[in-house]
Design a protein around this ligand. Sequence first.
Ligand code: ACM
Ligand code: ZN
Length: 543
Amino acid sequence: MTRRQALTTLAAGASAAVVAGAASARTDDAPQTATHGVDMLPALIPMPASYRSLEGHFELSSVRCILVGANANPIRPHLEQLARVLQELTGRRPPLRTVSAKRPTGAISIATDDQLEQLGREGYELEVTPSGVALRAHTQTGLFYGVQTLRQLLPMPGDGLSLGALKIRDLPRYPWRGLLLDCCRHFMSTKFVKRCIDLLAHHKFNRLHWHLTEDQGWRIEVKRYPKLTQVGSKRSQNEPGAVGFYTQREIRDILGYAADRQVMVVPEIEMPGHCTAALAAYPTLSCEGKALTVSTEWGIHKDVYCAGNEQVFEFLQNVLDEVIELFPSSHIHLGGDEVPKDRWQACPKCQARIAKEKLKDEKDLQSYFMRRMAQHVASRGRQSICWDEIVEEGRAPPGMVVQAWRGEKATRLALRAGHQTIVSPYSHVYFDYALDVSDLGDVYGFDPRPAGVHEKVAGQVIGSEACLWSEGAPESLVEEKVFPRLFGLAEVLWTAPARRDFEAFYRRCRKHSARLIKTKGLRVGPALFKGYDVGPEFLNARP
Ligand code: ACM
Ligand code: ZN
């Protein structure tokens, strides 16, 4: 059955083929009991590594307490939230109790377990039986993800109070699961950034790649260089998101919020291009030294940092030192994409640098620039990430992580050069692009590992990030561009390929979207394009 046929059948109601598809997604290692029909399929996203539904069910009206066991205290706020959701369902808020030797019937018990080391830092086990719920993991991160799964398993108000018995044993396929949010082309409020973090964490994403500096706006306060925000955060355009920056205090607040949700925020400070806003603030950092304004045009800009001027390196090192002081992330993104070489070719200082350092050409000068900055980042104990231009231009430092955005060729090049690689091809995961480029089905079919690559080399793929460039996406449009495609990527990055089944996923996706539209007011855009646009149906779907 083609995707088109399957979706037509889905729209018309259950068919034998669709039932088979859905059932294949809900079972893996045990026969199904007959008690749950396909319509009972829990709308989990991402689907766990192993899910087994068992005989019987647990009545949520009989929840007596949430037992907070060994090492679960740090996730207490999320357990309070779980208790609030249970109160909405049952009318009774279960108290949080510290674990006792005896586990009472009707308890939801949540505790770390030293025996579960093989599940890694992010894995967990969740068991629902008629007498209670037990969530166990090796770490608090695993417990946090188990709580997200449990919340997705709970019925919607009005759908009864039973939780089908089951056993889930779960861990992710990739360690790097993220979203790039461009808050430069359009500035986004701290409240919205926190909402994005919540939505990421709920779907088991663990990275927010925060794009903070651009031609059209510098969005992070740097105390040593106040003009970066006094001048660089404002472009003369009368539209929401043209003006704004995050104070260091606001950033700390966001970082704390993200850490509580197991999300590492990776800042991106762009260099040596995409920096017109910084050059508008400090024009002597460019090759020509002319006055510039913060750009009001999209696209690639010719004015870049001068690679022959020592003051540029001093400036960027000082900026990075403040960024590193602020962000605890293991990685710092240095950009390095789309750097026109026109100014460097005409600049005596850049040409003198090429001669002095015995560099081949301006491409080699870019490698020199990025190498110097990466060395600085390494001297502060952090790892750098660069866009894939770094491998094309040669001589990328060995420890650098490459983010491949220009398709499979770039990914293969980065892998061949031995780099850990974040695979973000614009053909599949640029969610600012329209659905005719990549619809939900395309995203779901995306495999970060290029075909035919040796297992050992493929292991250098650490994951992927969706990218939300915001030229066409002020804050008010971000969600409908990102969802539902981010649900697809969640599953690509978490669930083993053998467990994936598009028709079953699509069905879960509709159910899950309906829940989030109702409970969080999520703005979910259309899902599909190629030949069978069911956009409005998706939004208005009855799960
Ligand atoms: C990019 O899209 N220029 C990384
Ligand atoms: Zn120059």
